[in-house]
Design a protein around this ligand. Structure first.
Ligand code: ARG
Ligand code: ZN
Length: 851
């Protein structure tokens, strides 16, 4: 049944739990349809505790409940139980029965290919047993598992292992969302790490038999992460063992359960033959992310789920620092900004906009968003920029000292910075409470030797931020001379007022500004600077990010002109691009990024912001024309670029080789636009790694010459789920706009379209949603197909359904006919009688009323 009236939870209603939990003992008797879970939990009433308590519980069959050994009969409801309790410390014991095999929602305890695994963040533990399932209740857990499986795992350190039985003890108090259990026929890829204080830690990556050969890279990434966190943050690992388990059916990327990280197999399994360079880089980053949570998330956790960015923003920021150190810092920054604009800016400009720290929600799982994660990380980056790297380190040490073992808030976090630096962060805190992307306008002036930069900030009022106030915006700025010399090196200008000027004296001639270097704040920058400003920076900026950004803004301006007036591609952009591409000393990855164009969805956003109605087909055509123009303009240098960036050495997924492959593949794609598909076919045929094979296939598909290759690829990889996800997705991605929906629909008929597997569902429908002109096809067929499938998926897996609803978030920016079609599908989904709370909240917010 549909939840009657979904309840809204408010940050302002926070109340501590009335009891401390001093220990938890759990015993699992595993059975696919009737797992028994026995719990023995020691509670201590706090001073003003009431004589009843409420424990969360969902979809549990209560077998028995006792307090201090005496049977009790609690009052049961759909979301838990209420029971009268003593006013002194007491022991709660309960036995419940659950059905992991039929748990298709993939939270709580569930089964994937015969193995048991858990996902408890945010509120999955209540599907395992009755418990105060809130992050501010932390306790020490002992777990006993009975089951016929060779591998039985839980958090903490192993106490005993005998056939059919294992006991684990986690000495670190933790909230229930970090609980994990895994049981199955798994094999371990082992490793070890010695911490800097000399603790030997056993490491394992557990996988299904057959996947052993795909663990080495992840293992190395784990060791690199452990070392990096010691070197850079002074954080050491704190148990004797650290286990990672790969699971095929998983709603998200991975989960940082204490000592037992559970990963979507796509986020850990890697091999030359089956993974692209991009997969390797992502895996390295996710392993680091989950590992870093051990301190930022586990040792110091969140008081309540409104504080989610406390652990996620910080941990994303830390994993980005790690990737920057392991690979190229400018490249990492550029790719993060592309992602931020594509996902977070889009979210912040539409009906799902919310502050980094939301103040209300219905379903917390709907708030694992780009805003909480990526904008949350940007806020940490700004804080570090404002206080400086040294003060940041000092504040972090204080944070770990002061709050280890606690469940904290953003107020605690900012107080640490205030105490460490003496700064008042009241205004800075608005980054956590105000939704929306600030727009910053920059203009300059030059009077008799004085140079003045003037910035203005503006934040559009929104539902959650009706009366926006100026924020603290760090704008890293350098000045160049007209001949391209850096005359004033990078410094942080702090914009705190609505409008503010910064003056530079002593310059011999009028400089050219390079502002917002490194994308020092998550804002939309609008330039009122000289006409040729971007072209100049593209040629001369010493800041790699801004050099890339200059190219991007020229490309964007040109594309918008092409869309609006059918103008020809801008030759100033193409000339500048050719100059950069010809610079042999520039990092190949950087040059490959220079060839990128703003996404079609980003162009639609820009048009909408400017008061135009974006037409997806016109945007598609303009982008294709721009691609053709790039190919034509670079035709003399493309064959050389392609040849010079082949990688003759044995395959390695490192930054150097990946960079060469990414430039060669970007070049291949352009070359084949002029020459036809032969070169791509040759690359596909002789590829010894997935990066090359997939790049060949994608060009072949685009050139309508991919039928044979597609068959061959399927034949080669039909037994590899992760590779087949690529096969499914790529066909949709590379389809022409008028074919994308039909292609996706046809793929859903394929016998291997195992739609209950989130990776497979996302492979097809994530690709369709990302195909801008395909999904927004004029007749509404994209909206309808996705809605049909979301209606089907929702009763099976509400979390993944709700996440996929995001595809509709931009519906209001298109023409009246598309809006009518999209609204009809949103209404049809909303009318589903059994709609989950997850999907209901998302669809209601997306449908909205604002225009
Ligand atoms: N904490 C996990 C991570 O960031 C993600 C958990 C996502 N949970 C959810 N219900 N969406 O690594
Ligand atoms: Zn995380």
């Amino acid at each position: 049944m549909r939840d009657a009236t979904p309840q809204t939870i408010y940050l302002s209603d926070y109340k501590p739990f009335g009891f401390d939990v001093t220990s938890v003992e759990l015993t699992f008797d595993l059975a696919p349809n009737c797992t028994r879970v026995r719990s023995k939990i020691a509670f201590e009433p706090k001073a003003d505790a009431e004589r009843t308590f409420f424990l969360h519980g969902k979809e549990l069959k209560l077998i028995s409940a006792k307090i201090d050994g005496t049977d009790v009969s609690p009052a049961l409801s759909d979301d838990g139980l209420t029971c009268t309790v003593p006013d002194a410390p007491f022991i709660w014991e309960a036995e419940v029965e659950i059905d992991p095999e039929n748990n298709t929602a993939l939270d709580g305890l569930y089964m994937s290919n015969g193995m048991y695994c858990t996902q408890c963040e945010a509120e999955g533990f209540r599907k395992i047993t009755y418990y105060p399932d809130r992050p501010d209740v932390m306790s020490v857990f002992t777990v006993r598992i009975n089951g016929p499986h060779p591998v039985l795992l839980s958090n903490g350190n192993p106490v005993s292992q005998t056939e059919g039985h294992a006991e684990w003890h986690d000495p670190w108090p933790k909230p229930a969302y970090l609980f994990a259990l895994v049981a199955g026929e798994l094999v371990a890829h082992p490793g070890s790490f010695t911490t800097r204080s000399g603790r030997d830690v056993a490491l394992n990556i557990y996988v299904r038999p057959g996947d052993e050969g795909k663990c080495a890279f992840g293992m190395q990434a784990l060791k690199d992460s452990m070392k990096w966190d010691e070197d850079v943050y002074g954080r050491e690992y704190d148990l004797d063992i650290f286990n990672i388990v790969a699971v095929d059916d998983f709603n998200m990327g991975a989960m940082e359960n204490k000592g037992l990280n559970v990963f979507n197999s796509s986020a850990v399994l890697a091999s030359q033959a089956t993974s692209t360079d991009a997969n390797f880089e992502r895996i390295e980053a996710i392993i680091a992310h989950e590992y870093f949570h051990n301190w930022t998330g586990n040792r110091i956790t969140c008081r309540d789920w409104f504080q989610l960015c406390l652990k996620e923003g910080l941990t994303v920021f830390r994993d980005a620092q790690f990737t920057a150190d392991m690979r190229s810092a400018p490249v990492k920054r550029i790719t993060d900004v592309i992602d931020l604009r594509g996902r977070q800016f889009a979210e912040d400009q539409g009906p799902l906009s919310h502050p980094v720290r939301p103040e209300s929600f219905q379903e917390i799982n709907n708030f694992y968003t780009a805003t909480v994660y990526e904008k949350g990380a940007e806020v940490i980056g700004m804080l570090r920029r404002i206080v400086g790297a040294q003060a940041y380190d000092k504040a972090l040490s204080l944070y770990f000292d002061r709050h280890d073992g606690q469940a904290c808030t953003i107020e605690d976090w900012l107080k640490v910075f205030e105490d460490a630096t003496g700064r008042d962060l009241t205004q800075f805190k608005r980054w956590y409470s105000q939704a929306g992307t600030p727009r910053v306008t920059v203009k300059d002036a030059w009077y008799a030797g004085t140079y003045i930069l003037t910035f203005t900030q503006h934040l559009k009022p929104s539902a959650t931020t009706p009366d926006p106030q100026p924020q603290v915006i760090p704008i890293v700025t350098g000045l160049l001379s007209p001949s391209g010399q850096e005359v004033v090196s990078s410094q942080v200008l702090e914009l705190t007022e609505e409008s503010q000027s910064f003056t530079f004296e002593g310059l011999a001639e009028r400089p050219i500004p390079s502002v917002l270097r490194g994308f020092s704040a998550p804002v939309v920058l609008e330039s009122e600077l000289a006409e040729n400003h971007a072209a100049f920076l593209l040629a001369h900026d010493t800041d790699p990010f801004n050099r890339w950004e200059a190219g991007r803004s020229l490309a964007k301006a040109s594309l918008l002109d092409m869309v609006r007036t059918d103008a020809a591609p801008d030759t100033q952009y193409l000339d500048g691009l050719r100059a950069v591409m010809s610079q042999g000393d520039l990092d190949p990855t950087f040059r490959a990024l220079m060839l990128g164009l703003p996404s079609q969805s980003d162009l639609a956003t820009a048009l909408h912001d400017a008061g135009d109605t974006p037409d997806p087909d016109v945007i598609w055509t303009a982008s294709e024309k721009m691609r053709a123009a790039q190919a034509e303009h670079l035709k003399e240098i493309l064959p050389g670029l392609f040849a010079d960036h082949q990688v003759p050495e044995p395959y390695k997924p490192d930054a150097d080789q990946s960079g060469r492959r990414s430039l060669a593949n970007a070049t291949l794609s352009l070359l084949c636009r002029m020459e036809g598909p032969e070169r791509a076919q040759r690359q596909f045929d002789k590829a010894d790694n997935m990066t090359q094979q997939l790049a060949g296939l994608s060009v072949l598909l685009r050139e309508k010459a991919g039928d044979a290759a597609l068959k061959a690829f399927e034949e080669q990889w039909k037994d590899d789920r992760l590779v087949m996800d690529k096969w499914f997705g790529l066909q949709v991605m590379q389809a022409d706009p008028d074919q994308a929906v039909a292609t996706a629909a046809a793929l859903t008929e394929h016998p291997d379209f195992k739609w209950k597997n989130p990776n497979r569902f996302r492979a097809v429908f994530g690709a369709l949603a990302a195909h801008h002109a395909g999904f927004h096809a004029a007749g509404g067929s994209g909206y309808k197909l996705l809605a049909d499938w979301l209606i089907r998926l929702d009763p099976v897996n509400p979390q993944t359904t709700a996440r996929m609803c995001v595809a509709f978030q931009t519906w209001q920016r298109y023409d009246a006919q598309r809006q009518t079609l999209a609204a009809a599908e949103l209404d049809r989904m909303l009318a589903t009688p059994t709609l989950s709370r997850n999907a209901s909240e998302m669809l209601t917010r997306i449908r909205g009323t604002q225009s």
